[in-house]
Each structure stands twice: as structure tokens, then as C-alpha cells.
Design a protein around this ligand. Structure first.
Ligand code: BG6
Length: 505
């Protein structure tokens, strides 16, 4: 297998996936590990041990993972075969501390066979109720001990359910693992285009002088999904969009837009800056929530000839559910750089399309030489899909007079020659195997986000604070008022959708 350039050679290690018979393992984790393997980015030798209650043998686990890899993508058969020789399975009840003795024995056997020196990544891909329990059980058997190789613990979201539960989960995990061993995944941080926000901002001298309240009028962050809750109704109905997307992914993206430049890119300096900006989010008072937060839930609708069910008709969702599938919020960062600049942030399921973008709206010129309708300058950072950057500005419309017309410069990631982009999970798993926590959420950042979001969680307890929107529209009409009151409008992110797609309930 050919190694990619600039790839750090990783130390041999074992990856233990708890909850290995679940969806995430065959949909995301094994494909990510396989791609890393195909690209020569895994260590010389390694073992992947799936753990769950399900009674699988090593062979059954290998066959299932192979079948899923083959079904979803084209793969080289020889690489697939040699990859699956590194897969193993251990059936155990992960909440029973006594059975970890057999896990310990299995690990020491695999460590010898694959010469891992005890280096281990524990990946918790289990129900959140086990996030506190598994680290305790590992520690009870010394499996957290770094005297024989590093031990890194990856935890999937959600990290906590609210501020209090996040704090107590953190306390529980810290009783057996130290902060440098804990890798809280937010897969948005693994996205190339989210990381590019930093490169765009801090490697270009032309943006930085403009990146503040003197030149920026407002910022929009949108993360829209066309899909509904799919098969995850049970989980989602308990979580809602605030917990599922806003508290983590959107606030992380916002922090990348708003943070100060770190002096170097490493885990400490990066995360110091992230937490600093998060601590400046203006606290949400009751009054401010009334005017600046809109929650919505999608209702049944026909979209482009397709009949889509309402949220309450989805499997696993209560008939009278008041869970929000849309959040729109105006918020502020109270610091020198961002004083008075509104950030309009929204996310929702069953919106007209899938798009995540950050739009920087620059202020207009101080004097309207070419009329009041001169185009505003915008920098649109497309996180996904069609990853890229678009800068729009005014140009003279050919002909007599001096009329300005909006034009743009558009860069698409797919045009790059070296477009071998790692997926978010590939990047984050690889980083955890080299003990690089730069792109993982630190405890203080997670807490700062929960602290900011807690009033939103309290607010959504009131059933009157929820509005309907037809599936396939841009959310509840009430969400418009957040911007209209400021004389602005949400941007319609997709080229071929216009106001007419914004249908009524
Ligand atoms: C997950 C949420 O964290 O992110 C899902 O739980 C959501 O509800 C998903 O669909 C969105 O991720 P992406 O990468 O498709 O934008």
C-alpha cells in the first residue's frame, strides 16, 4: 500500500470499539479505518477489537464488516482481506465490571500478537448511559494505566444532556482518565472545510484586518438538512435540534469564525482560543430568547412530488411530541473584535436542501456613490456540499452610467489537484491514534457551550415556544422576524431555490 506524503507514521496500537454491533461502527468507523488502511495511514501493525453484548465470533464480525464495506463502496479485494485479518470481537456485558478481566486478557493477547506496546484507543460508540460506566470499569482493571503504552478514550456526542449532567459525566470520567487521554468527538471539527476556516483567516493577510466589527455587518451560519430524523426518532425525540446540532457542531463552527489566532496550532493553544471566545457568548436572558430564538417542528408536506411525513409521524417519535427540529437564534460575542455584530445561526431537518455555510456580510461603503442599491460584499464559506469559497462584490455594469452589479469569484475544493480529502471520521480517528487532541473538544469548551445553551433548553420546555413548518421549507415563518426586526433577511443558500420555495404551512 502506498503511503500518502506528509503522513506521520503511527505507533502500533489496538483500537477497541465499544458498541461494535451498532450502526455507527459499520457505517462510519470501520469504513474510516479501512480508508486509512488503504491509504497506508494506519500503523505497521494494529488490531481492531469490537466489543458488545452481541454474541459474534471474530469470523462473524469480519464477515459482517466486509459485507458492509463491499455493499457501500468499491474496494480492492486483497486489501479488504488483509484489513479484516486485523479485526477481532469480544462479547461482553460492558456495564459489568467483573467481565473486564476477560477483556484485559484478550487485549494482552492482541497486544503481543500485533506488538502494540499497550497503546490503545477506546472508542465509546455506545448509548450515552454507558459513557461514565465504561471508563470506570476499564480503570478498575488498570486498563487506563499509561505505564505500558498510551490509552486514549474517544467519546461520541452527546456529551451530557444539559449543563448539570455534562458536568457530572465529566467528573465521573475524570475519576479514571486524565484530560489528555479524553477525546470528545465533534465530527464537524474533522471536516476539512471547518479546519479551513482557520487557514483562510490566519494565513491570508487580506482577511484578518477586515475580520471585526469595523467591517463586518453580520454573520450567518446555516446548517440545513433535507433529511428528516430517519431511523433515529427515538434518540432525536429526546434530544431535539438544540442538543443534536446547535450545542456542539454549530457553536464549534461559530468559535472557528470568531476566535483569535492561536500563536501556534497545537491542542493547547488552539483550544485555549476556542474556549476564550465561547466564554464571550452573550448570556441568553428570558427577554432576549423571546425576541431572538425560534424553534420549529416540521409537518407533513409534498416536496418536489414526494409526500413527506410530519415529524410526529416518524418512527419512535411521540404523537404529541413538542421536540424542535429547527432552531434559529441571533446571538452576540461580547468582546472587542465582535462588539455589536449579530450572528444569526440556524439549523433544521427537512429544509429544502442539504447545505452548511458561513456567510460573512461586510458593511456597505460609507457613502453610496453608485446609488443605494450597490451590492454588499459577502464571503460565503461553503462547508458542505460543494465545499468551497465564494467572494461576491460589485462591478460596473457594462453600458452607460455607473451602475454596480454583483459578481463573484468562486473556488471549489473539487478543482484542487490534491483533493484526496479525508472524511471527518478518518481525520479524527487518525489524530486520536497519534494522540493529537487539537480537533477534539476540551472539557472547558464543552461546559461553556452547555452553559450558553442551558437557557435555550429551559425555554423549549414551554410548549408555546414551538412553531410548525412544512417539510421542505426554510423553517417557521416566525424565524424571519429575528432578522426582519434588524432590517435583514436570511440568505437562501441554494442557487436554484427562491422565495417561492418558501411555502406556507
Ligand atoms: C449528527 C447529528 O451529529 O450530525 C445528526 O446527530 C445530523 O442528526 C448530523 O444529521 C449531520 O452531520 P453532517 O456531517 O451530515 O452535516
Amino acid at each position: 500500500m502506498e503511503e500518502l506524503e506528509n503522513v506521520v507514521t503511527l505507533e502500533n496500537s489496538t483500537i477497541v470499539i465499544f458498541g461494535a454491533s451498532g450502526d455507527l461502527t459499520h457505517r462510519k468507523l470501520i469504513p474510516a479505518l479501512y480508508h486509512l488502511y488503504e491509504n497506508g495511514m494506519l500503523p505497521k501493525d494494529f488490531a481492531i477489537l469490537g466489543v458488545s453484548r452481541t454474541e459474534f465470533s471474530d469470523q462473524t464480525f469480519r464477515e459482517k464488516m466486509q459485507a458492509s464495506l463491499v455493499k457501500n463502496e468499491k474496494h480492492q479485494c486483497d486489501a479488504l482481506k488483509s484489513f479484516s485479518e486485523h479485526l477481532y470481537f469480544e462479547s461482553l456485558n460492558t456495564s459489568d465490571v467483573s467481565v473486564y478481566a476477560s477483556l484485559k486478557a484478550r487485549l494482552s493477547e492482541l497486544n503481543k500478537k500485533h506488538q502494540t506496546g499497550g497503546n490503545t484507543v477506546y472508542y465509546l460508540s455506545t448509548p450515552p448511559s454507558l459513557y461514565g460506566v465504561i471508563p470506570e470499569c476499564l480503570a478498575a482493571h488498570g486498563l487506563n494505566d499509561e505505564s505500558d503504552g498510551w490509552k486514549n478514550l474517544i467519546i461520541e456526542k452527546p456529551f451530557g444532556y444539559d449543563l448539570d449532567s455534562a458536568k457530572s459525566l465529566d467528573k465521573q470520567i475524570h475519576a479514571s482518565f486524565q484530560e489528555h487521554q479524553i477525546y470528545r468527538i465533534d465530527h464537524y471539527l474533522g471536516k476539512e472545510t471547518v479546519q479551513n476556516l482557520l487557514v483562510l483567516r490566519f494565513s491570508n493577510a487580506m482577511f484578518e484586518p477586515l475580520w471585526n466589527h469595523n467591517y463586518i455587518d453580520h454573520v450567518e451560519i446555516t446548517s440545513a438538512e433535507f433529511l428528516g430524523v430517519e431511523e433515529r426518532g427515538g434518540y432525536y425525540d429526546d434530544a431535539g435540534a438544540v442538543r443534536d446540532m446547535f450545542q456542539n457542531h454549530l457553536l464549534q463552527v461559530l468559535a472557528m469564525v470568531g476566535m483569535e489566532p492561536p500563536s501556534v496550532i497545537n491542542a493547547d493553544s488552539m483550544r485555549d482560543e476556542v474556549v476564550k471566545v465561547m466564554q464571550c457568548f452573550r448570556p441568553l436572558s428570558e427577554d432576549c430568547l423571546k425576541n431572538n430564538l425560534v424553534l420549529g417542528q416540521y409537518t407533513a408536506s409534498m416536496v418536489r412530488g414526494q409526500s413527506l411525513p410530519g415529524y410526529r409521524e416518524e418512527a419512535g417519535v411521540a404523537d404529541d411530541s413538542r421536540t424542535e427540529t429547527y432552531v434559529g437564534l441571533k446571538m452576540f460575542i461580547d468582546n472587542w473584535r465582535w462588539a455589536g455584530v449579530p450572528f444569526y445561526v440556524r439549523t433544521g431537518k427537512r429544509l429544502p436542501t442539504r447545505v452548511t455555510e458561513v456567510v460573512i456580510h461586510f458593511k456597505t461603503t460609507p457613502h453610496p456613490v453608485f446609488g443605494i442599491n450597490a451590492p454588499e460584499n459577502k464571503l460565503i464559506i461553503r462547508i458542505q456540499p460543494d465545499e468551497g469559497i465564494l467572494l461576491s462584490f460589485g462591478l460596473k455594469k457594462p453600458g452607460s452610467g455607473f451602475e454596480a452589479k454583483e459578481v463573484s469569484m468562486d473556488f471549489h475544493y473539487q478543482d484542487l489537484e490534491e483533493s484526496n480529502m479525508l472524511t471527518a471520521y478518518e481525520r479524527l480517528i487518525h489524530d486520536s491514534m497519534k494522540s493529537d487532541a487539537t480537533l477534539f473538544a476540551r472539557t472547558d469548551a464543552v461546559e461553556a457551550c452547555w452553559k450558553f445553551v442551558q437557557p435555550m433548553l429551559d425555554y423549549k420546555e414551554n410548549p408555546e415556544h414551538l412553531f410548525g413548518y412544512a417539510a421542505g421549507t426554510w423553517g417557521p415563518k416566525e424565524a424571519d422576524s429575528i432578522l426582519v426586526n434588524d432590517g435583514r433577511k436570511w440568505r437562501f443558500p441554494c442557487k436554484n431555490l427562491t422565495d417561492t420555495d418558501y411555502c406556507e404551512l
